[in-house]
Design a protein around this ligand. Structure first.
Ligand code: ATP
Ligand code: HSE
Length: 291
């Protein structure tokens, strides 16, 4: 039996649509696997009642198939589905790392990323790697068709998860098909600033780099109360605020001592609209861990 904990992740981080991702120190999925003649899946934990156990419909089955390694798989969900926190990616990442260990396949962490991305193809129609890469490798990641560049970073974060459901598939339909050159220039500047911030462990630069005028405004409209929550987080000291992944989670970067106040400001603003919300005081963290 091999056990792996794989973390939630936040993709995009504003200016890095489909490219940037960060592992979060919490929450996480825990997966136990045993090699078997055929793949079977049991689901437990947060939102598991909404996730199919059929290997043809569960990302875990897609990853086992991609690695050609059938297994009995038990998944304890810490990351609820359709959250914007890489729920499907956490399971996919954990299964890829666990199967590699159980079958002694000897793949590097970077080599496992495309296999785990097959799980994302199953649920969103595209094998984007921006969530599975940080969940497998940890830290901040830049995922491009050429591969993944990983940086260990230390940035305090607050993530708010309202009781709203937005599927990645739906949130991808509202992404604009084109952008003005002036918007692209702004986005490149923001993205470069964010990368510099990750290298320097500088929450102010990371926050500046989280602004985005292309994809985020369209996505924000899907989240009831987004503008008010963002404003409240900034007033409480956040250096930057954006939609996490495809939403509805909202992520804020900040100095360590501001996390508590920002979490409570975001929770209050959602509460004013009668939306139940959970806040995680977290940080850029480690990738999948074997036990
Ligand atoms: N093991 C799994 N864990 C979570 N979701 C799964 C799993 N297998 C299949 N799914 C399906 O994937 C969908 C959730 O994935 P989706 O990409 O929409 O959300 P997310 O991973 O939380 O978001 P994001 O990628 O924006 O961070 C749900 O329809 C769910 O049923
Ligand atoms: N980059 C993806 C992440 C969600 O899986 C998106 O924002 O649609």
């Amino acid at each position: 039996m091999v056990t792996v904990r794989a973390p939630a992740t936040s993709a995009n981080l504003g200016s890095g649509f489909d490219v940037f991702g960060a592992a979060l120190s919490k929450p996480a999925d825990v997966v136990r696997i045993e090699p078997a003649e055929e793949t079977t899946i049991e689901m437990y934990g947060a939102g598991s009642e909404y996730i199919p156990e059929d290997p043809e419909k569960n990302v875990a089955g897609a990853v086992a198939k991609a690695l050609d390694a059938p297994a009995e798989i038990r998944i304890d969900k810490g990351v609820r589905p359709s959250s914007g926190l890489g729920s499907s990616a956490a399971s996919a990442a954990a299964v890829a790392v666990a199967i590699d260990e159980a079958y002694g396949l000897g793949h590097s962490r970077e080599e496992l990323v495309p296999y785990a991305a097959e799980g994302e193809a199953l649920v969103s129609g595209e094998a984007h790697a921006d969530n599975v890469a940080p969940s497998i490798m940890g830290g901040f990641t830049i995922a491009t068709p050429e591969g993944v560049t990983q940086v260990d970073a230390s940035i305090p974060l607050v993530v708010c998860l309202p009781e709203l459901v937005i599927s990645t598939r739906d949130a991808r339909r509202v992404v604009p098909r084109s952008a003005e050159v002036s918007q692209v220039v702004d986005c490149v500047g923001r993205a470069a600033t964010l990368v510099a911030g990750m290298f320097r462990d500088d929450p102010a630069l990371v926050g500046q780099g989280m602004e985005d005028g292309i994809v985020t405004p369209a996505r924000a409209e899907l989240i009831d109360g987004y503008d008010g929550v963002r404003e409240a987080a900034l007033e409480a000291g956040a250096t930057g605020v954006t939609v996490s992944g495809a939403g509805p989670a909202i992520i804020a970067a900040c100095e360590d001592e501001r996390r508590k106040g920002i979490a409570s400001a975001m929770l209050d603003r959602f509460a004013e609209r009668g939306i139940e919300t959970r806040a995680y005081q977290t940080e850029v963290g480690r990738g999948a861990e074997l036990f």
